[in-house]
Design a protein around this ligand. Sequence first.
Ligand code: ATP
Ligand code: MG
Length: 422
Amino acid sequence: MAIQPLEVLRRTFPGIQDPEELAQLAQLARQATYPPDTVLCREGAYEKVLYLICEGEVVITKRFDSPEESHLVLRRATSGEYFGEMAIISDAPRSATVTTTKETTVLEIDQDVFRTIIERNSDLAMQMVRQTFERLRENDRMTLEELRKAFQTLEKLDRAKLDFIEVTAHELRTPLTIMRGYASMMLADPVIRDNPLLREMVEGIATGSQRLHEIVNNMLDVQRIDLAQVSVAAVPVSLPLVLRGTEMQFKDALRQRRLSLHMDLAQNEGDGGIYIEADPGLLSKAFYHIMMNAIKYTPDGGSIRVTLRYEDHPILERAAHVQIADTGIGIDPEYHTLIFEKFYRLGDVQLHSSGKTAYKAGGPGLGLAIARGAVLAHGGEIWVESEGHDEVNFKGSVFHVVLPVQAAFRQKMALLRARYGE
Ligand SMILES: Nc1ncnc2c1ncn2[C@@H]1O[C@H](COP(=O)(O)OP(=O)(O)OP(=O)(O)O)[C@@H](O)[C@H]1O
Ligand SMILES: [Mg+2]
């Protein structure tokens, strides 16, 4: 059946009431037929044509900025519909790509012709504005729906990852405990103890299984934190004591790696003394992991500085602010948030050296996720400052931990002190 441009225009634009105008537009419109899979509009391109579909079908898609670059189908349009109006009304690049799905015949109207018509026909202009708004709303709805689905999938994947961590960690724990038990029994045996070769081998088994045991425990910690299963058993805690305890744990490592550690810890906090209300076990874990990183990512001979200050805080009122600064390799700003995600680690996996506290020693990427979980469970904040990764000048990183000093608790301490003295 032959296509009647006038008929198509009347059907598509009921807003144009003047027959002469319609006839004029029909004359200026070009009719064209395209085979399937022809791209009529290309997202991002400046094109000045409006299309009316006489026969056939097109699909309108939008690019998603993702590493895999996927396309979202916004809608399909068939006979009697138009497309390409948004870009020519607002003089903007195409916001989507339009491709024919079968042989399609269209009427093409150039921008200047179409603009003149629109300016003369307020009904048509209103009709197009309404339709454009509806389309934008529909696009928004679809994009949000797509995001919701993607989020749900990610949540499921994350959940599956946590389940896997839990099963693996539990499966590994039993054989590891047996290995550690036998290794320590063997080390106690005089035959092995007195044989240097055997002793070294068994010590190797003991250290290796101890390291594995720690990784398994980290896996379980991260899993508990992610499932929000951490409970804070809050008691009066002396932060300087916790920080000094962390220093003790790394004494050997610091010596072996020739790293100097300087502690600058404020001791007095007005009426509240040096205590904060916190879970000492959980806090020790957080500082352990941050300190471990400061050691691992600082070259031999570098220095680590730990400072503790009490300060006013807009939300927490009074807060303890711990900073752990190193002269290490630093972290590029784009990773400052990501490194706190579980299993997120930087650098080439192949290049990592082994050994728990060796320079750039490998790790599964759990330490900072545990530290963040522990700090957040206290209602605190954690973040990193670093100019960037630099293995020439070693400008280092500063990890900040801010913890609330519970106001009620400070009052209690002041009362006790007033009653019983220092
Ligand atoms: N002080 C630091 N200096 C430079 N980079 C750091 C520092 N702390 C952490 N990073 C970077 O952040 C990443 C994540 O740290 P995280 O402690 O979570 O994992 P990990 O140290 O690799 O492994 P794990 O702690 O589980 O043994 C590290 O792989 C490292 O690239
Ligand atoms: Mg770590």
